[in-house]
Design a protein around this ligand. Structure first.
Ligand SMILES: Cc1cc2nc3c(=O)[nH]c(=O)nc-3n(C[C@H](O)[C@H](O)[C@H](O)COP(=O)(O)OP(=O)(O)OC[C@H]3O[C@@H](n4cnc5c(N)ncnc54)[C@H](O)[C@@H]3O)c2cc1C
Ligand SMILES: *[C@@H]1O[C@H](CO)[C@@H](O)[C@H](O)[C@H]1NC(C)=O
Ligand SMILES: *[C@@H]1O[C@H](CO)[C@@H](O)[C@H](O)[C@H]1NC(C)=O
Length: 513
């Protein structure tokens, strides 16, 4: 009996191949290769496959060819070579928070190299330099830095992975003073499609290092990043001012936020304006310094917003001095999110083309009229990136493959299903697209960009190329893709393609070569 079953399966496999589908062949080559590796390999037939292949964004169900858990750079190299041999696209997963499931390949059939076992943090020069393996989460990084009295700029979600965070930016409230996480990077260890483990820095493989900072996922798997740290600031003031109102009271507050951002916000001030479904709006952020200084700088903006807000409901005001660690903990929120089910978009405005009052009015009117119609859990967060003295914008435009060195505000628009579980309601897409369209209704719209860390899988190829990278950076990246990953092993829907012309997504390149 068992022999007969084997025979039938063998015949079936042959006929699939005869029909021209290479998938069974590719996956058997891949599985044979992976079976020789001395670390954890999870295949579709494994009992823990569903768990290993679950996306943080539960809106998506993606079935990778395999998920592997290397313990070292040489393990990563061996895993990549299996993917290269089998002709299966290879992707890295650090914290797994990609909004588009790109660390699962973004579509079925990829080899996922999970880096969670690469969790070393090593200091040098009394903590001034840190080597961080990419499987660390932001919480792990912050904890290690705390131990030596150092700090780095990064986002606030503790479970986001260092690997993906520094890959496409890495923005936090300290970024206007300290830069993005990728701006603190002085070196990276990257494993290439041919299995070589390379060091990249300004001195060694400088072109690869340039591509790593903004687009590493298309070039290799980074196993470690080296950062220059900063002294932990002695005191930070965290703040939040919540206002009640309507579209015509929120619009002037956002306009005042933008004006203040462009003219009066010193680099130690991190700022966010947000709106949530109860239709309150908030000024939120931190100031790296004492509260007495913060009050002098910031209260004029609060007063400006109070002019139009509903005073009967009051302003919920909070501003408190704390140490850096307490500050990070206060930002992290409780309990840490393990999953979500969402669709989100990002639009970034140009510093030299602020939003007109009319555009802001249209945007707010959309939120206040459409928001209440939906059973969605949504928010709009408007982060300040630029303004006078912003360290993000002080970096010369082509120093890294990260495009946005001339942005003022970043709009992050996100709608989750009510309980943050699947299924994702269809109306979520329309609601978010309508929000983006309202923001794009004004004359500033052609100058907008998009933050590649808030990756949007529904952008068309010409849109994301322009909005994440722009021609100048994209064309350099395309040349470098040809040099460092000529066969397109590191492939996902929004990867850098080695050809400059538009084609239908990344996957075709792999098939053609
Ligand atoms: C709740 C939440 C809060 C967030 N807050 C912020 C914030 O405050 N500021 C901000 O800037 N961003 C923020 N983000 C966005 C976040 O920085 C990005 O989603 C980031 O890419 C996630 O990194 P990851 O390692 O967790 O994700 P992953 O899904 O593992 O990776 C994301 C992408 O990077 C690639 N990649 C990951 N590791 C490597 C590696 N080692 N080598 C090569 N490629 C790699 C993956 O293949 C994938 O394409 C937030 C996201 C979430 C979900
Ligand atoms: C990369 O740098 C590390 C640390 O300096 C060194 O030990 C290693 O040999 C280098 N690797 C290569 C391939 O040069
Ligand atoms: C909006 O709120 C303000 C402040 O409470 C109020 O004065 C104004 O009448 C409201 N406008 C509308 C259209 O409801």
């Amino acid at each position: 009996m068992p022999r007969l079953v084997h025979l039938i399966l063998a015949l079936l496999a042959t006929s699939f191949n005869a029909l021209g589908s290479q998938t069974p062949l590719r996956s058997s080559v891949l599985e044979a290769c992976l079976s020789t590796l001395p670390f954890r390999v999870v295949l579709p037939s494994s009992p823990d496959y569903d768990r290993a292949s679950r996306a943080y964004n539960r809106r998506l169900t993606i079935r990778p060819a395999a998920v592997v858990y290397p313990n070292s750079a040489s393990h990563v190299s061996a895993a990549i070579l299996c993917g290269t041999r089998a002709g299966v696209p290879v992707v890295a997963r650090s914290g797994g928070h990609s909004a588009a499931g790109y660390s699962l390949g973004g579509e079925d059939g990829s080899l996922v190299v999970d880096l969670s076992r690469l969790d070393e943090v090593k200091f040098e020069k009394e903590g001034e330099v840190v080597h961080v393996q990419t499987g660390n989460r932001l919480a792990d990084l912050a904890r290690a830095l705390k131990g030596v009295g150092k700090a780095l700029p990064h986002g606030t979600c503790p479970s986001v992975g260092v690997g993906g965070h520094a890959a496409f930016g890495g923005f936090g409230f300290a970024s206007r003073e300290w830069g993005l996480l990728l701006d603190r990077m002085i070196g990276a260890e990257v494993v290439l499609s041919d299995g070589r483990v390379m060091n990249a820095s300004l001195d060694e493989n400088a072109d690869l290092f340039w591509a790593v900072r903004g687009s590493v996922a298309s070039f290799g798997i980074a196993t470690s990043y080296t950062f220059v740290t900063l002294p932990e600031p002695p005191v930070t003031t965290a703040y939040s001012y919540v206002f009640a109102g309507n579209a015509s009271s929120a619009a002037p507050c956002l306009y005042a936020f933008q004006e203040f951002a462009a003219t009066s916000a010193p680099p130690p001030l991190g700022m966010q304006f947000s709106v949530i479904p109860d239709l309150t709006y908030e000024l939120f952020g931190s100031y790296t310094g004492p509260k007495k200084d913060f009050d002098v700088i910031f209260l004029p903006l609060v007063q400006e917003c109070e002019k139009t807000s509903d005073q009967d409901s009051g302003t919920h005001a909070f501003a408190q001095e704390m140490g850096w660690e307490a500050y990070l903990v206060s930002q992290a929120g409780t309990p840490p999110r393990v999953a979500d089910c969402f669709y989100a978009k990002s639009l970034m405005t140009a510093e030299d083309r602020p939003l007109s009052p009319g555009t802001i009015e249209t945007f707010m009117t959309y939120l206040y009229t459409e928001g209440p119609k939906h059973r969605l859990s949504w928010f709009v967060e408007v982060d300040l990136y630029g303004g006078a003295g912003s360290a993000i914008n002080a970096v010369p435009k082509l120093d890294t493959a990260f495009k946005h060195r001339d942005r003022l505000l970043g709009f992050h628009m996100k709608a989750s299903s009510r309980d943050q579980r699947p299924p994702y309601p269809e109306e979520g897409y329309a609601f978010i697209n309508g929000m983006a369209n309202a923001l794009r209704s004004g004359p500033e719209s052609p100058t907008f960009g998009s933050y590649g860390s808030y990756v949007d899988p529904l952008l068309k190829q010409d849109e994301w190329r322009m909005m994440y990278y722009g021609d100048e950076i994209y064309e350099q990246l395309a040349d470098l893709k040809r040099k460092w990953d000529p066969e397109g092993v590191f492939a996902y829907p929004q990867m850098i393609s080695s050809t400059r012309e538009l084609e239908n997504g990344g996957r075709r390149v792999v098939d053609e070569l």
